[in-house]
Design a protein around this ligand. Structure first.
Ligand code: ADP
Length: 326
């Protein structure tokens, strides 16, 4: 029989994402509701190794549900890749009597949690906190909705100025390996072209379509490109300037504004549901899984199966973009 969990720790690891605070709040309050002691571990696995750990109360998470970033701070830890680092982390957890862990992060953080749990007797639950939405086993990740809405808001503003000047704007959005932010924000803003890492861009075709639009005097064009696409924004602009020197072209890299800011209602709600479910998992003995939501139901995937989800590009989506942007 699995040992009953009595004291749990919660940490954020890897990149931050809006909604993490709502999730921390849910973990703390659900834990306390079920009679557990809940500890915050600062700066991810770094804080675990350096013993930056304190007990939390229900009030410690008051007034944070609407705040972006994370009150626990987040970090990447080189030391945690090594056994010695993980051993130090374990000894610190033991010192506090912590016997269960909730890790908010991406697939890398989940792999770290699985390795740790295999070596030491601490069950871990993962919660997908990433704006990229690129983890298999969940339809949504905490932060994606906010990030994509921030991108939409910015692109709408850029369209106003593009329209005033008859310009071509190239907008680079986040997504090193995944094109979800580009695809969703591009469709929602009526972008003429969307370029993503998962689909090889045919640049000749792109130039041809821009030339054709120039002929038709369609001078306002928005191209949304994911940062991980073959060229990215700046190189793409250079390529277009070279081929179409008369076209007024501007580049805007949205960058880190997509990570911060007030989480949307949607992100707050999924973060709250997932945080609650993580504590239930620890209590019920469903260990070493990460919590996702699939078809609006909680879904549990073993941590060691956490992998980056490669976007299966729906050709239909690309067709919609093409038809609607004519
Ligand atoms: P993300 O969780 O956003 O994918 P990373 O891949 O950078 O981000 O992982 C975050 C942290 O998780 C790393 O800095 C490291 O401390 C830990 N980690 C990741 N992979 C492993 C692993 N295979 N073994 C041990 N720790 C790991």
């Amino acid at each position: 029989m699995k040992k009953k969990v009595t004291k749990i720790g919660v940490l954020c690891s890897g990149g931050d994402s809006p909604g993490m605070n709502a999730c921390i709040r849910a973990v703390v309050r659900t834990g306390i509701y079920y009679g557990l002691d809940v500890y915050k571990i600062m700066r991810g696995y770094t804080g675990m190794i350096e013993d930056d750990i304190q007990q939390m109360e229900s009030r410690s998470v008051a007034n944070i549900i609407q705040r972006g970033g994370t009150i626990l701070k987040t970090a990447r830890s080189k030391e945690f890749y090594e056994y010695e680092g993980r051993k130090k982390a374990y000894e610190n957890l033991k010192k506090h009597g912590i016997d269960g862990l909730v890790v908010l992060g991406g697939d890398g953080s989940f792999r770290g949690a699985q390795t740790f749990s295999n070596e030491f007797d601490i069950p871990c639950i993962g919660l997908p906190g990433t704006i990229d939405k690129d983890i298999a086993g969940t339809d949504f990740t905490i932060g994606f909705d906010t990030a994509v809405n921030t991108a939409v808001d910015a692109i709408d503003k850029i369209r106003d100025t593009a329209d005033a000047h008859d310009r071509l704007f190239i907008i680079e959005v986040m997504g090193r390996d995944a094109g979800y932010i580009a695809l969703h924000s591009g469709i929602a803003t009526g972008a003429e072209n969307i370029l993503i890492p998962e689909k090889k861009t045919d640049y000749d075709d792109l130039i041809e379509s821009l030339t054709e639009k120039e002929r038709r005097k369609k001078l306002v064009n928005l191209i949304v490109v994911a940062e991980g696409e073959q060229t990215g924004g700046v190189q793409l602009a250079n390529l277009i300037k070279e081929k179409l020197p008369l076209m007024e072209t501007r580049v805007c890299i949205l960058g880190h504004i997509q990570r911060g800011g007030t989480p949307t209602c949607f992100d707050r709600v999924i973060a709250s549901r997932m945080g609650y479910a993580a504590v239930e998992c620890l209590i019920e003995g469903r260990h070493n899984v990460f919590v996702g939501i699939v078809n609006n139901k909680m879904n549990y995937t073993p941590l060691n199966e956490a992998v980056k989800k490669k976007q299966r590009i729906s050709e239909e989506w690309m067709k919609i973009v093409k038809i609607l942007a004519t």
